[in-house]
Design a protein around this ligand. Structure first.
Ligand code: FAD
Length: 469
């Protein structure tokens, strides 16, 4: 970094908030999974929007690229600088205040570096719910959630982060502040610019603040685990649950037998709700704004209908909060059980819900043909059409030798996803990891429009270069 720019950054934020030595910068340069460590000229830690804007102006004048960084829990290398050492990392962690809660408008206004858990806590303290919830919520920031349009466990009922955001404050690549912090549910005054920045992974500007929607806290929720003969039956069960429970259905997760087998092997202390094994399982959650007995009643009635019509083979309904928690743990331990079993090749894909069973059968068969004995760990948010479709080596096959086939396996899975009308990234985004896949699979006209937007908003190409496009 030129001495002049470094000095200017120190003048803007104070010398202790510009990190330039290797040891101090180290925690900001490595990806969450430890797969890649980049290099940077400096790490900048502004404390408010005005400082972010001044820093961006200084970097623009010196043509220095900026990598925005939230909680660093992204899984596609979006907030990690490349190996050139040309960029600065701009961390939002000091912009972490809740600016306002408007109980009547049901909104909360927050700064971009606020940790998701702290926003959920602030909403709860005001007697309301901010429904975005994911396993990384103790570390990820709302700026990162917005920039990746994060999903999580409550999408079926409340939508992705995009659906939970009403307004944004953004520092543009020129260093101007766009004050779009409007708490409006209706605003038809031209282009929906907010939508551009959500899911942009820091390539169009830096989000510094947001107005988010709050919801009433449900009074109670309850969970059931249902054993199924096939993924087709899971789709039939989803339709039945949606008809019976409508918006009270707050979770619908699919897990294959192999997933629960892995959990039982690596976490034997967790519950084993059924004596025998079944090809598929669905974890259902129903919430009620009235009472626990209302939630349990709705769930039991729907499951009775599923058993009577033979959609479901067997079912366990939780009778206490502790049992509900135990059943959720089975789902939450799948990634951990998979990690304990060894390395695998991960895919985070989405499909039209109606085509999921066909996709699984076709893709499983193609993989078995190309890599006999390979094992598919398939689970996900079925209600959102989102599958984690991970591929592990067969018994006796060395993990590293199997990983050498990663690009062939990705090609089989992603070709199949696209053939069934799906998306190669449901939740985690594109970052630096999936750029080549995006080029291959995105409609060329759509890609060209994306490039035109990037060029119009960031003509110097300084905002998170090398990510998405
Ligand atoms: P970072 O990783 O720091 O950044 C992510 C991207 O956003 C980068 O491109 C970065 O440059 C950009 N960015 C960050 N802040 C800003 C800002 N203020 N302005 C502009 N750009 C910015 N994701 C899901 O969708 N659903 C899940 O269920 C889910 N579960 C997860 C579970 C675990 C254990 C982990 C580790 C990750 C999970 N993720 C999930 C992925 C990750 O948590 C989300 O993508 C999260 O939204 C990233 O937030 P972050 O603050 O860590 O962002």
């Amino acid at each position: 970094m030129t001495d002049e720019l470094l000095k200017r950054c120190r003048d803007i934020v104070g010398a202790s908030w510009v990190l330039a030595d290797e040891a101090a910068m180290a925690p900001y340069l490595t990806d969450w999974r430890g797969r890649f460590t980049g290099r940077a000229r400096a790490v900048l830690l502004p404390s408010n929007t005005a400082e972010v804007a001044q820093l961006v102006r200084a970097c623009a004048e010196h043509r220095v690229p900026i990598v925005p960084r939230g909680g660093r829990t992204g899984l596609v290398l979006g907030s990690v600088p490349d190996a050139s050492g040309a960029a600065v990392v701009l961390s939002l962690r000091r912009l972490n205040r809740v600016r306002a809660v408007d109980a009547t408008n049901r909104t909360i206004t927050v700064e971009a570096g606020a940790i998701l858990q702290s926003i959920r806590d602030a909403a709860a303290a005001a007697g309301m719910l901010f429904p975005l919830s994911l396993a990384a919520e103790g570390s990820c920031t709302i700026g990162g959630n917005l920039s990746t349009n994060a999903g999580g466990t409550a999408v079926l009922r409340y939508g992705n982060t995009r659906e939970l955001c009403l307004g944004l404050e953004v520092v543009t690549p020129k260093g101007e502040v766009w004050d779009g912090l409007r708490g409006l549910r209706k605003d038809n005054t031209g282009y929906a610019l907010r939508e551009l920045f959500i899911g942009a992974e820091g390539t169009l500007g830096i989000i510094t603040g947001a107005v988010l929607k709050l919801h009433p806290q449900p009074k109670a929720s309850t969970v059931a685990l249902v054993a199924l003969e096939s993924a087709e039956d899971a789709l039939a069960l989803l339709s039945l649950m949606q008809e019976r429970c409508a918006s009270s259905l707050t979770g619908f997760e699919l897990m294959s037998d192999f997933c629960l087998h892995l959990v039982a092997t690596h976490f034997p202390h967790l519950p084993r709700p059924f004596d025998g094994r079944h090809p598929q399982y669905a974890l259902l959650e129903v919430s009620s704004s009235e009472s626990e007995s209302h939630a349990v009643g709705m769930l039991e009635n729907a499951i009775e209908a599923a058993l009577e019509t033979a959609i479901a083979g067997d079912a366990v309904v939780a009778t206490s909060m502790a049992q509900s928690g135990g059943l959720w743990q089975l789902r939450e331990h799948i990634p951990l059980a998979q990690a304990s079993a060894g390395k695998n090749i991960k895919h985070d894909v989405s499909l039209p819900i109606s085509r999921i069973a066909e996709f699984i059968a076709t893709t499983d068969a193609k993989l078995a043909d190309a890599f006999p004995g390979c094992q598919v760990v398939c689970f996900g948010h079925l209600g959102d059409g989102n599958l984690h479709y991970n591929v592990a080596p067969g018994e006796g096959v060395a993990h590293d030798a199997f990983l050498a086939h990663q690009s062939d396996i990705n090609r089989i899975v992603h070709d199949s996803v696209v053939a069934f009308g799906g998306s190669i990234s449901a939740e985690h985004g594109i970052g630096a990891l999936k750029r080549e896949d995006l080029k291959r699979y995105k409609d060329p006209v759509e890609l060209e429009m994306m490039r035109a937007i990037k060029a119009a908003l960031d003509p110097l190409g300084i905002m998170n270069p090398g990510k998405i496009l």
